[in-house]
Design a protein around this ligand. Sequence first.
Ligand code: HEC
Ligand code: HEC
Length: 331
Amino acid sequence: MKKQTLLACLIATSTSLALAATGEPIQPIPPAKITNPALVELGKKLYFDPRLSKSGFISCNSCHNLSMGGTDNIKTSIGHNWQEGPINAPTVLNSSLNLAQFWDGRAADLKAQAGGPIANPGEMAFTHPLAVEVLQSIPGYVADFKKAFGTEKVTIDEVTKAIAAFEETLVTPNSRFDKWLKGDKKALSANEVAGYKLFKETGCVACHNGPAVGGNSFQKMGQVEAYKASSPAEGRFAVTGKDADRFNFKVPTLRNVEMTYPYFHDGAANTLPEAVDTMARIQLGKKFTPDENAKVVAFLKTLTGEQPSFRLPALPPSADATPRPKPFEKK
Ligand code: HEC
Ligand code: HEC
């Protein structure tokens, strides 16, 4: 080989190596850093505590089950009095990476979000003052709030802060795809790498990118072809009132997507092959062959990371004076 060719070859190799390290549209998820363990522990208890609901039966974990990818795996959630909700529950896993919370982004962050479901009549159907009254009456909680905040007075601000701090720990690093991104080329099969290539070349990465493979923009559902939703939700328009935002939804994260079925804001797609087929068609005007679809699905399954792993919290028992739940609404 001529000297010059060799040099060009070396430059080309080192450039492509650098690109492999930094040039990918998807980045690995960093592990959570816990700075205030007492706060996280309190937030974990609140997350699992059904006494934050009127019925005493529904906790955050009822609809965002941490054993099921942080979702309920049903089309639209079931709330207080068996009410059927209007929209599919997104995962809480990696939700700290979202640019805003909810499908339409109406909550700026996790703290702002956490107060919503407690007081939502279709979800936990409680009120913030009653939730605070319940917690304040439980000596074990009063001690936990003292540890986390240095005060025995419980406030809804502290409740949502603690839940948000716990949610920030619910990231899922070390998926096979992240290992591959970090240089372990044996972490993916040739078929899965081919799926990733299709995912990039077809244009999925235009919207699904970054560490969460989504979560960082609002986009129209149905760029190329209209989508007939089975839910009345209008997306971002409900927040901004701008016509241009009609039917724009937050691009969901595709991390752990094999666990978070059914798919789309109306929960209409039951399976990944179905969701991938619809996306290709209505967002990009592309019809995948069965083989291409299977490759993309194989790639998406490599995005499943380490699921949250911790001791289930033992919740402090109610005191004699704690207000009791009302599981049934007398009509
Ligand atoms: C009855 C079921 C139900 C309960 C209980 C519930 N959620 Fe949700 N959650 C949902 C649904 C449905 C949405 C989507 C609503 C929307 O976007 O309009 C959602 C959205 C969210 C989101 C936004 C995620 C994203 O990607 O936008 C977070 C975070 C969240 N919930 C956390 C919680 C916490 C914390 C609690 C407990 C305080 C809780 N949820 C209780 C059903 C529930
Ligand atoms: C123009 C932006 C855009 C492009 C391009 C795009 N998506 Fe999406 N994707 C979205 C939005 C927005 C949603 C949520 C839509 C809704 O539910 O209303 C979504 C939802 C999904 C879901 C369901 C996730 C869930 O939890 O509900 C999957 C899977 C998915 N996309 C895969 C893909 C694949 C594969 C491609 C390429 C063939 C692709 N997307 C291209 C914006 C896009």
